[in-house]
Ligand binder design. Sequence first.
Ligand SMILES: *Cc1c(COP(=O)(O)O)cnc(C)c1O
Length: 215
Amino acid sequence: MSAIGERLAAVRARIPARVTLVAVSKTQPAEAIREAYAAGQRDFGENYAQEWRDKAAALPDLRELVWHFIGALQTNKVKYLAGQVGWVHTVDRLALAQEISRRSTARGATTRVLLEVNVGGEASKSGCAPAEVPALAQAVAQLPGIALRGLMCIPPAEGDPRPHFAALRGLRDGLGLDLPELSMGMSGDYEAAIAEGSTMVRVGTAIFGPRPTKT
Ligand SMILES: *Cc1c(COP(=O)(O)O)cnc(C)c1O
């Protein structure tokens, strides 16, 4: 088995079958995705629109691959993604959702989306404020070409992430909408996130090893 295949198996062994493992392949070469796919992985997360396009173009034969866009998304990049990626985890404003809706509808596609919530209230992070979530969720749920499926968060790097995971779940539970997904948990904290109700973990370095530094 390849090194990636071995690490993938080790991560999978710690994740219940009901939780979707999104393999975060940002800055990794297309060949690394191919290795993980050969080991049975199907869901992959990318952060940068241009990098995603190059990799998708290099991997047309991986027919069951499902892309998850998990990076900060500019409205003018939506045209590349709509109808091509299955999921966008990082919707944090209505204008972005409207553009995804418009482009997806034009392509006869439905894009599954999550609302990114800035649970730590960090100025440096994207994501909408928790207080904005009810109104944004109501508005996004009305849009054609979009299926609102849940919430996503990246807790502050410092401190215990668990209260933030619990807060995201509580926020979701209070909305009164049918939102089955909670995208939370990365290499360092996915088990804690699962204990707090995560249904999608986004794991990069634990599968692919350290990310190559960009030159
Ligand atoms: C890079 C990234 C991850 C994966 O991080 P690791 O610590 O390598 O597992 C998960 N989620 C988002 C949004 C990321 O940008």
